[in-house]
Write a protein that binds this ligand. Structure first.
Ligand code: EPZ
Length: 420
C-alpha cells in the first residue's frame, strides 16, 4: 500500500488548478444508464472511485472509456443486476439503482457497505423509489426494486439529520422517466445535485427547483445522449485553501467556484485566514493569525461535513479552544486519534471534538482511515516540523487527483512511496 512521506514546516506557495467534483461525477456517470445513446462527460478527475464506477458500468454491459479527463459511456443495452463485490465496495455505487429502475423497470444491487464514518443506511433511497410505485425487497444482501410503470408522486425525503444527497439523486433519476409529476420535498441542495440535474436536463429530462429543497420532475418518455462538463470540486478546493492557511503560505486556487464555498469561506474568515475570493479563483494570503472557531456541520449551504476534518487540522495551530460538532455522520472523528500522534490535544465529547490549539506538534507515522480524514493528516503533516508518514494513502486516491504532484508544485516536500 502506498504512503506519503512529508517533511513539514514549509509554507505552500503558487497556483493550483481544482479538478472536477468526485461527488458530481459519480451520480452523473450512473445517469448515463438512462439512455441507449452515447454520452460524453468532461473534466472528470482521475480518481480510483471514478475508475471503479467505470468498472460497475462495464459490468452492467456499458462501453466505458476514460482518456485525458474525458469519459465516454455508451449503455446501448444494460443488465439490471450489478456485480455484488464491485457494488458493495463503494458507497457511491448505490446511485445506479434509480437509473436502472427508470430505464429497465427493475434493478438488483448489493447493499452498500458501511464505512468508518457511519452505518450509511439507504432507507430514504428506498422510500423515494417506493413512492414512485416501485416494489422494494431486501434479500440476502441484495436490494431488488421493480415496477411495471413508475408513477410520479410527492415524497418527503428528509431524514433524522436532514436531506440525503444520493437519495435525492436516486429518486430524481428514477422520476425522470416515470409517468406524471414527482415532487421531492426536503431534497438535498448540494451543488453536485444541481450538476446532476443539469446533465439530466441536457438529456431531455424536465426538472425544476434543483438546488432548492423542492425539486419537481415531470416524467418524459425517453432520454437521449448528451455532453456535460462537471463542476469543480468544492471539497478539494476547501482542502487546498486550508492547507495554504495552515502552512502560512500564499496560494491561488483556479478553475473553482467560490460561490460553492460560502460557509467555508465565512468560517475561514472568522478563523483569521486572509484571502481574496474572485468567482472562479481564490487567493489565500499569508500572515493571518489563526483564531479558534466553533463549527457544526450541516447540509448545504451549511458548513460541509466533508471539510470537518481539514478544519480540525487547521485548528491545531489556532490560539484557544475550538469546538467542532459533527451533525451529519455518527462517527467522523477517526482523524482525531491520529492527529494526537503529532501532538494534537483533542477531546471527544459526544458529537463534538474540543481542540486545544497551540500544542507543540512534531511529525510522526499516522494511518489514514477515510478520504477526508486522510486529507486532514496530510495538512497536519505539512504544518508541523519534521517527518510525517501517512500510511494507506489509497483512501486519498479515491477523492484527490494527484495530490502529491499538486502539493509538490506548491513547494511542499512530499513523496509517495510503497509502505515497507
Ligand atoms: C454524499 O454521501 C457524499 N458522497 C458524501 O461525501 C457526503 O459526506 C454526504 O453526501 C453528505 O454531504 C457522495 O456524494 C458520493 P447522505 P451520501 O445520504 O449521499 C443519513 C466524501 O468524503 N441517511 O447525504 O451517502 C446518513 O446516514 C463523501 O466525499 C439516512 O439516514 O450521504 C447521513 O447521516 C463522504 N438514510 C445523512 O443521512 C438514507 O437513506 C447524510 O447522508 C441516506 C442517508
Amino acid at each position: 500500500m502506498d504512503t506519503f512521506i512529508i517533511q513539514g514546516g514549509v509554507p505552500l506557495n503558487g497556483e493550483v488548478a481544482i479538478s472536477g467534483a468526485k461527488n458530481a461525477v459519480l451520480p452523473i456517470l450512473a445517469a448515463t444508464l438512462l439512455t441507449s445513446e452515447p454520452c460524453v462527460i468532461r473534466r472528470v478527475p482521475d480518481l480510483s472511485d471514478v475508475h471503479f464506477m467505470g468498472k460497475i458500468l462495464q459490468s452492467l454491459g456499458a462501453d466505458f472509456t476514460f482518456e485525458d479527463g474525458t469519459v465516454k459511456v455508451h449503455a446501448k443495452r444494460v443488465k439490471t443486476r450489478g456485480d455484488y463485490d464491485l457494488i458493495r465496495k463503494m458507497r457511491g455505487s448505490i446511485c445506479i439503482l434509480g437509473p436502472l429502475l427508470g430505464r429497465k423497470g427493475k434493478a438488483t444491487v448489493s447493499m452498500p457497505g458501511g464505512c468508518v464514518i457511519g452505518t450509511r443506511p439507504i432507507d430514504l433511497h428506498l422510500k423515494g423509489l417506493r413512492s414512485l410505485s416501485a416494489e422494494v425487497k431486501v434479500r440476502e444482501g441484495y436490494v431488488q426494486v421493480a415496477a411495471k410503470r413508475l408513477q410520479g408522486n410527492e415524497v418527503f425525503l428528509g431524514g433524522r439529520v436532514g436531506p440525503t444527497v444520493l437519495g435525492t439523486a436516486n429518486t430524481m433519476m428514477a422520476a425522470v422517466l416515470a409517468e406524471g409529476v414527482t415532487v421531492i420535498e426536503s431534497a438535498a441542495c448540494e451543488p453536485e445535485v444541481v450538476d446532476l440535474a443539469h446533465f439530466l436536463i441536457s438529456m431531455g429530462a424536465k426538472i425544476q427547483g434543483a438546488g432548492s429543497p423542492r425539486i419537481v420532475v415531470t416524467g418524459v418518455e425517453k432520454l437521449h445522449g448528451a455532453e456535460h462538463e462537471v463542476i469543480p470540486d468544492r471539497i478539494e478546493a476547501a482542502t487546498y485553501a486550508i492547507a495554504a492557511a495552515a502552512t502560512n503560505g500564499e496560494v491561488t486556487l483556479t478553475n473553482m467556484r467560490c460561490d460553492h464555498l460560502a460557509a467555508v469561506l465565512d468560517k475561514l474568515k472568522e478563523a483569521g485566514v486572509r484571502f481574496e475570493a474572485r468567482g472562479s479563483s481564490l487567493k489565500i494570503l499569508s500572515g493571518g493569525e489563526i483564531q479558534a472557531v466553533d463549527v457544526s456541520t450541516q447540509p448545504y449551504t451549511g458548513f460541509p461535513t466533508d471539510v470537518q476534518a481539514q478544519l480540525m487540522a487547521l485548528m491545531l495551530k489556532a490560539s484557544g479552544l475550538s469546538i467542532i460538532t459533527e451533525r451529519i455522520f455518527e462517527s467522523r472523528f477517526m482523524h482525531a486519534n491520529e492527529l494526537a500522534r503529532l501532538g494534537a490535544d483533542i477531546a471527544i465529547e459526544g458529537p463534538s471534538a474540543i481542540v486545544r490549539g497551540g500544542a507543540d506538534l512534531s511529525g510522526a507515522e499516522v494511518m489514514a482511515s477515510d478520504l477526508r480524514a486522510s486529507a486532514a493528516l496530510v495538512i497536519a503533516g505539512l504544518m508541523c516540523k519534521g517527518r510525517t508518514q501517512v500510511n494507506r494513502i489509497y483512501h486519498l486516491d479515491r477523492g484527490y487527483e494527484v495530490m502529491d504532484k499538486k502539493l509538490r508544485s506548491l513547494g511542499a516536500r512530499v513523496k509517495r512511496s510503497k509502505e515497507k
